[in-house]
Design a protein around this ligand. Structure first.
Ligand code: ADP
Ligand code: GN1
Ligand code: MG
Length: 357
């Protein structure tokens, strides 16, 4: 179904004016929907069925998490400006719509006067992002983890991604020697967070799963982070996955899609700014053990994403949206270069995030 036809299935206030592709997400198809003579806008999304096989679970989590955040915000002593997305019902009253081809569509209100930063450009933005992630974790800290569906089993379980990679075969015709070497030299370290989890060293909490730069919304005027969107992967997990992913995404000076690989570098000032922002919001729920694994987390999640991109390249680009056949290979090389930069600065990063080598 065309996006414009799908948009008509939802209970918007006025007749729709325009529906355009929007944003740079790697998973879902996103459209900006505007209505006539009004600034109000909506975001329409077609969920990626290769990633989310049970969209009703995704939508149920979205409802649960949004309602919980709203309740928590009402109880905050100093009301802030945190925004929670609002799902628009479709004509049948459901919060999603399945088209004739089986695709799941949903609509949310565009959070007004906000914008995303595809690539972070300064330390204040980084501090805001850290604060935003800490606020998000704090709002969900007392939500029962067992009330959430697992929308993406195996997500961030690095040994599983290695097993998937291994299943693609040792002599794959597209194999890239440098990627192979990185993967082999990191194989042994891939279980570090899962081992800590099994040993009971790290608690299972409600996590976002995907707190990369372009999932944070900045207020257009104040430049404060006012929302963390893309809640499809909210689930029980380790906050180390989230911090690792946030640092991986926001401290890379060249962003995830650089024109020159040489520009890829993990920036320590950004790292410090994110941690400062995060700590300012997270004192109530962090434990000493949480700090021990922070360096391992940023290293592991960067490796993991490189491995995920590379495996998807070998598998024929079936998971991440890709512009051409080698797009996921370039993305993998970017993450592996960032990994090298992280490892070269291990001592400095540990000084910032805690934990001894
Ligand atoms: P994906 O899962 O593909 O990454 P997202 O849910 O992150 O999809 O949406 C893609 C982009 O759409 C975001 O990076 C952001 O620019 C924009 N977006 C999504 N939801 C909203 C919203 N409620 N308000 C404003 N912008 C949004
Ligand atoms: C995907 O959906 P998006 O673009 O926010 C992916 C993340 C990756 C990220 C890398 C559900 O995030 O895990 O870190 O791409 N999301 C999913 O850019 O796999
Ligand atoms: Mg996104």
């Amino acid at each position: 179904m065309q996006a414009s036809a799908a948009a008509e299935q939802f209970q918007t206030e006025k007749s729709l004016a325009q529906v355009h592709p929007y944003g740079n997400g790697n998973i879902n198809d996103t459209f900006l929907v505007s209505i006539q003579k009004k600034p109000a806008k909506y975001i329409l999304q077609r969920l990626n069925p290769a990633v989310f096989s049970a969209p009703q679970m995704v939508m149920s989590n979205l409802r649960l998490v949004s309602d919980h955040m709203r309740k928590q915000l009402q109880q905050e002593t100093t009301p802030g400006n945190w925004q929670v997305g609002e799902v628009i019902a479709c004509r049948s009253g459901e919060n999603f719509f399945i088209d004739g081809d089986g695709y799941c569509w949903r609509m949310v209100r565009f959070i007004p006067r906000t914008q995303v930063c595809e690539t972070i450009t300064n330390n204040e933005q980084a501090r805001q992002i850290g604060k935003g992630l800490g606020h998000f974790h704090g709002l969900l800290a007392n939500l029962d983890v067992t009330s959430l569906h697992d929308t993406l089993p195996g997500f961030h379980i690095t040994p599983n991604y290695l097993a998937e990679y291994d299943s693609l075969g040792d002599h794959h015709p597209l194999a890239d020697q440098s990627c192979r070497e990185v993967i082999e030299s990191h194989r042994a370290a891939a279980t570090v967070l899962e081992d800590a989890k099994t040993q009971g060293l790290l608690p299972i909490r409600v996590i976002h799963g995907d707190p990369k730069a372009n999932n944070f919304l900045f207020d257009e005027i104040s430049d404060q982070v006012v929302s963390l969107i893309d809640l499809d992967t909210v689930k029980p997990g380790l906050i180390q996955y989230d911090l690792g992913d946030c640092l991986r995404s926001c401290c890379n000076l060249a962003g995830e899609e650089p024109t020159h690989l040489a520009a890829v570098d993990f920036d320590l000032h950004r790292c410090q700014a994110i941690i400062n922002g995060y700590l300012a919001e997270s004192a109530s729920f962090l434990t000493d053990n949480d700090f021990i694994f922070m360096y391992d987390a940023v290293r592991l999640i960067t490796f993991e994403l490189g491995l995920r991109f590379y495996s998807d390249y070998l598998a024929g680009n079936i998971y991440f949206k890709a512009r051409d056949e080698e797009h996921n290979l370039r993305r993998a090389l970017t993450q592996f270069r960032l990994l090298a930069s992280i490892e070269a600065q291990e001592e400095e990063i540990r000084t910032i995030v805690g934990g001894s080598p």
